[in-house]
Design a protein around this ligand. Structure first.
Ligand SMILES: [Zn+2]
Length: 326
């Protein structure tokens, strides 16, 4: 069923943050994988379209690193590069059909084809081209609302997408409204400002039918996918952290067992620094916690993010520590 498209004004109910949607609304959705656009923002997309606004989807990866559903649906064990690419094409087709259901025209989908499950690594190793691609998209489209993954999302592609988008906005005179959505993990207990989307019954049913277009994801996990897509959409507004001085308290107290493999990444608009835990310029703050002495050249760069990760192969895809805004 198609959501009705009507011109006019509508607003999303927010416990703290009303957002007025109208024909001037230009929504940019940052989707790390096919299905995030529907799970995270399928209701908001429909409401922007219903208000006469424009929507663009920035799809960062084709979701091609998705071996278990592929093994199941293709009845194969071994997945090589050709099979992976084919799976990516399949998922690209699914997102195109889902967007059609959500009344988003095909030309509104812009895909980067970045490595699935590899955005965090690319951010560390190949930062400049990623940031440049993101910046060009934002500058070309000039959105006034951006829906982006939450920094605290435990999937490393999601949190890295947040970091890249935020850094792409560094220095921009007028910031769009930034709304974060969470797919993996739990929301903060005390969010800054929160907005809930009141979808109509028709919009909710359209969202579920868009979700059904993601056959590859529904095959093994229909119940989970429908539960995620069936939740009330909830966004939190980004409020930049005000940094004071060059000493940054670290939110982690890692076990000494991990120390040989721990890496700290600091990302700012001008670049990325990676240290081993032992080589990082750390001190103990007044409370005895670990703190990072920011390099002077990173000061004055605006927003900075820091991440702790283990430099060990792991079958576990979710972040243990994740990114933090400094
Ligand atoms: Zn995702």
């Amino acid at each position: 069923m198609q959501a009705p498209v009507r011109q006019g004004r509508s607003s999303c109910r927010g416990s703290d943050m009303p957002l007025s949607l109208n024909p001037q609304t230009r929504l940019l959705v940052i989707a790390p994988h096919p299905d995030d656009e529907t799970i995270g923002t399928g209701g908001l997309i429909q409401q922007v379209r219903a208000a006469g606004g424009e929507v663009r989807i920035l799809l960062l990866t084709d979701g091609d690193n998705n071996p278990w559903p592929q093994r199941w649906l293709e009845r194969r064990l071994w997945i090589g590069a050709a099979e992976r690419a084919r799976w990516g094409r399949r998922r690209r087709g699914e997102v195109e059909r889902a967007l059609r259901k959500l009344d988003v025209p095909a030309q509104a989908l812009h895909a980067f084809g970045w490595p699935d499950m590899g955005i965090s690594v690319s951010l560390r190793q190949d930062f400049a081209p990623l940031l440049s691609a993101m910046t060009q998209q934002v500058q070309a489209y000039r959105p006034n609302v951006i829906a982006l993954p939450a920094l605290g999302d435990r999937h490393p592609d999601h949190s890295a997408a947040h970091v890249l988008l935020r850094l792409a906005l560094t220095g921009q005179a007028e910031l769009p409204t930034l709304l974060t959505y969470l797919v993996h993990g739990h929301a903060a207990e005390q969010p800054s400002e929160r907005m809930l989307i009141d979808s109509t019954a028709v919009q909710q049913s359209t969202k579920l039918s868009a979700m059904a277009e993601h056959h590859s994801q529904m095959a093994l996990s229909a119940a989970r996918m429908l539960r995620l897509a069936g939740r009330q959409e909830r966004y939190e507004r980004v409020e930049p952290v005000k940094r004071q001085g060059l000493l940054c308290s670290l939110p982690w107290q890692p076990s000494p067992l991990w120390l040989p493999w721990l890496r700290l990444t600091l990302a700012g608009h001008a670049g990325v620094r990676v240290w081993s835990w032992n080589e990082a310029p750390r001190v103990r703050d007044a409370a005895g916690r670990h703190a990072l002495q920011l390099p002077p050249e990173m000061d004055g760069q605006g927003t900075l993010f820091i991440k702790l990760h283990l430099d060990l192969p792991s079958p576990w895809i979710f972040d243990r520590w994740g990114w933090w805004e400094v």
